[in-house]
Design a protein around this ligand. Structure first.
Ligand code: PGA
Length: 253
């Protein structure tokens, strides 16, 4: 049985005071949940706040991105080693907003994944198709390429050190969620893709769903056999909603 993970992706939202308030709500809300891993991914400047407030709790924290470089003259970037310095357990890599607005290619994402693993950080690898790609029947090709970027660069074993998040681009921030069947189909495809290289890695790999997951649809999504948690955007900005999704994961076990 895979232990569910619910991770909040705060994106570029909030202030220091908002971050503190949100963290207080999450800490109190999930304190008794022992069957689910919970994590938050605040903007970089607030990782220090997360470290201060979460260190003595079971809630993990992570970044929304990581540099593919080890260190040096890379203005504006943050290395995996710096993230470990702030206690980050996770780093989101290859989010579709970074692919879209920051020109991240599969090969860049593959290198970021490898850097995170090299520093002992669990990368959360985002994969997902656009609406146009779905409508032209390319979903499997696209998400297959996204996951192959890691397998080809680092080997299938690298997936034993990370988490995958299936995030259909058309469902992110739109209020339109993939149906549980639609999501399950892609999750099963991804697991089979990994199983073709290693059944053991595939069986242990946590595949999260992301894209307008909220309290009202979390139970049905998390009931699917290949959905092992969620990467939550909008609903992670309200402690009560995020906690309620964590509760759905806790009850799904
Ligand atoms: P959403 O975002 O929950 O607001 O759709 C999810 C994500 O982009 O990780």
């Amino acid at each position: 049985m895979r232990r569910p993970l619910i991770a909040g992706n705060w994106k570029m939202n909030g202030s220091k005071i908002d971050a503190e308030e949100l963290l207080r709500g999450v800490i109190a809300g999930v304190a008794d949940m022992n069957k689910v891993d919970v994590a938050v991914c605040p903007p970089f400047p607030y990782l220090y706040v997360a470290e201060q407030m979460l260190a003595e709790t079971a809630v993990g924290w992570g970044s929304q991105d990581v540099s593919r470089e080890e260190g040096g003259a890379f203005t504006g970037q943050t290395s995996a080693a710096m993230l470990t310095d702030f206690g980050c357990r996770y780093a989101i890599v290859g989010h579709s907003e970074r692919r879209q607005f920051n020109g991240e290619t599969d090969s860049i994402v593959g290198r970021k994944y490898a850097r995170a693993v090299a520093e002992g950080i669990i990368p959360i690898l985002c994969v997902g198709e656009t609406l146009e790609e779905r409508e032209s029947g390319k979903t499997e090709e696209v998400v297959g390429n996204h996951i192959d970027a890691v397998i080809n660069l680092s080997g299938v074993e690298a997936l034993a050190h990370g988490v995958v998040a299936y995030e259909p681009v058309w469902a992110i921030g739109t209020g339109v969620t993939a149906t549980p069947d639609q999501a399950q189909e892609v999750h099963a495809f991804l697991r089979a893709r990994v199983a073709a290289k290693s059944r053991e890695v595939a069986d242990q790999l946590r595949i999260l769903y992301g894209g307008s997951m909220k309290p009202g649809n979390a139970v049905d999504l998390l009931a699917q056999s290949d959905i092992d948690g969620g990467l939550i955007g909008g609903a992670a900005l309200k402690a009560a909603d995020f906690v309620s999704i964590c509760q759905a994961a806790q009850s799904s076990v």
